[in-house]
Design a binder for this molecule. Structure first.
Ligand SMILES: Nc1ncnc2c1ncn2[C@@H]1O[C@H](COP(=O)(O)OP(=O)(O)OP(=O)(O)O)[C@@H](O)[C@H]1O
Ligand SMILES: [Mg+2]
Length: 365
């Protein structure tokens, strides 16, 4: 069952001619947690605010449960929200701020106390319950605002950058707890974030947006292993995918360097590609094995240009036939700059894209 459905939803603000959200369609299942991920200005908040009812939908339909909600007020949509700038009530203590919607629904006192206690323990704000919002830090206010949303029963939970003001250690701790809580309570949730680690850690599926367009909506594995296009391939992953122009050969593909010369070949099956297809070849840094020795992989010689140990892994810059490649190494596979080493590229780590449209053609050779 789908709880939340967007069907060809667009947003044009005021006199703009540009679509800030451009024909987004997605279907979110009951109890599913999804993330809207993309860089600043790509239309994440606009999409969330249309679902919440704070912005009109220019065209398209939004359904929550079995109801079209386009013309319903936010309060009629049965959604719980935590938005930046969605202020707490200053004259009420933190406890009453969190309990506000439960008090309004006449939830029994014991039930309210139990739920407020559970979410405030989860978000580490138990000691703040008797304080007033103006005396809290930004990060504390943000967690109270998140608690106020999460304590509710609602058809959908809409969270816009809910942890943007927290330091990294606390974010990582709360991420795991929030995910467990949402999953246990089957909370249908849309989380907006520009942080891919957060998106991948928190959600079942991730919707990647760029310039108002939905680029791909899939599981974290889909985005990593089967990116739909060059945008997703280069957006997801740290360091991002190595991407080069290439060409088809008789027994595989050849990667071209900046001068358009053949840098190295990768043998493998290229299916129905024609010799004239304009190709881009993508290889994930994490899949490249510096030192070689991977059975069945294509092994080429590379010169190490840079080698940076980052505490638990390294980023290794390589030149292979004049092509600059980034690889991720571990303690045993981090040769010093200046050395020449075998470099293994597993065939299933090679992705082919259409140069003109950017669309993926093939994952793995
Ligand atoms: N109220 C508004 N009036 C006019 N244009 C707007 C308004 N809100 C957003 N926009 C425009 O719509 C586009 C998408 O903005 P949106 O806030 O949805 O992006 P976002 O992905 O949430 O970005 P960020 O990560 O910076 O929060 C931007 O170009 C922005 O300038
Ligand atoms: Mg935003």
């Amino acid at each position: 069952m789908s709880t939340l459905i967007l069907d060809d939803v667009s947003k044009i603000y005021g006199k703009d001619t540009r679509r800030s959200v451009d024909g987004v369609s997605m279907s979110i299942k009951d109890g599913e947690i999804i993330a809207l991920l993309g860089s600043s200005g790509c239309g994440k908040t606009s999409t969330l605010r249309m679902i919440a009812g704070f912005e009109d939908v220019t065209s398209g339909t939004i359904r929550i449960g079995d109801k079209v909600v386009n013309d319903l007020k936010p309060s009629e949509r049965d959604v719980a929200m935590a938005f930046e700038g969605y202020a707490l009530y200053p004259p009420l203590r933190v406890r009453e701020n969190i309990a506000f919607s439960l008090l309004k629904n006449r939830t029994p006192r014991a039930e309210i106390d139990k739920r407020v206690g559970a979410v405030s323990d989860m978000l580490e704000i138990g000691p703040l319950l008797d304080k007033y919002p103006p005396s809290l830090s930004g990060g504390q206010q943000q967690r109270v605002s998140l608690a106020r949303a999460m304590v509710r029963n609602a058809s959908a939970f809409l969270l816009d950058e809910p942890m943007s003001q927290l330091e990294p250690q606390l974010r990582a701790l709360l991420r795991a707890r929030i995910k467990d809580h949402m999953t246990a309570h089957r909370m249908t949730t849309v989380i907006v974030t520009h942080d891919q680690t957060e998106a991948i850690a928190l959600s079942d599926r991730v919707a990647v947006m760029d310039k108002g367009l939905l680029q791909q909506f899939g599981t974290p594995d889909d985005l990593r292993e089967r990116p739909a296009n060059l945008f997703v391939a280069s957006f997801i992953g740290e360091p991002p995918m190595n991407i080069f122009p290439g060409a088809r050969t008789e027994n595989g593909v050849v990667v071209l360097n900046e001068r358009g010369e053949a840098a190295f070949g990768i043998a493998g099956a290229t299916g129905g590609l024609s010799a004239h297809d304009g190709l881009h070849v993508g290889i994930r840094p994490h899949r490249i094995h510096v030192g070689g020795g991977v059975p069945g992989a294509e092994t080429v010689q590379g010169e190490v240009l840079s080698s940076h140990w980052l505490g638990d892994h390294s980023h290794i810059g390589l030149s292979v036939g004049g092509c600059f490649l980034i690889a991720v190494g571990d303690r045993d596979a981090t040769p010093p700059a200046g050395s020449v080493v075998p470099v293994s590229i597993p065939r299933d780590a090679v992705h082919l894209f259409d140069s003109a449209s950017g669309a993926a053609i093939q994952h793995g050779l």
